[in-house]
Design a protein around this ligand. Sequence first.
Ligand SMILES: [Fe+2]
Length: 249
Amino acid sequence: METFPFGRRAFLSAFLLAALVREARARVPRRETGARRWIDGQQAVAEALAAGRISGLAWALEVERLAAEIDLAELTALVSRARIEPAPGGGTNDPAKRYVRFLDSEGRPRRLAYGAALFDFAPQNVITPHGHRHMVSAHLVVAGAFRVRNFHRVGDEAGAMRLRPTRDYLARRGQVSTMCSERDNVHWFVPQGGPATTFDVVVSGLDAGAPDHVIEAVDPLHARREADGTIVAPVIGFAEASRLYTARV
Ligand SMILES: [Fe+2]
């Protein structure tokens, strides 16, 4: 059954979030850059989400607000001073993923409640449509542009997800695309007009007793259309997804 995403919890969370972000900023010395304040703002909301004090939707809305504030040149400079390691290779069309570990003033990796990574897309690379469990994520466009398609995950059926198409837009440098359980749980990224890069923030392990996260590829182009506007899309393997969902789709 579909749940209304903008519940009372999200409403109350807005007040809590404002306080959390104010508190995080108050701890940052004046000499620190806006990008460091951004990292700490992300930490405040990631901790609150992981502790169950705010909803996934409240997290997503705050991450969108933080993205509107960040100076991308400052963030890029900070990332260039971070520890960056290549992630293990994915499927055929996958972008190249690199983990980003921010360092403290002594050069030690910071312990944060969220993971960060860069996704470098060659023009033929695609993040194929997929749904998530036990996690939230945000992709900030730091170079190039993407066609972003989202679907709300209304529910799950045997071997399929019931989805409602929610967004199909061009995300340019500086725009962020968020997903959570309550909104836009399925996402799909195709670079437009050349190579492009996203900077990704992830908070996982959100459900006690469950796996850290579950990601499943889904096939909305071969879905069954329902009278209420939802579609029932088969869950497929990632190899099949890479074959079906090229940059031309
Ligand atoms: Fe994802």
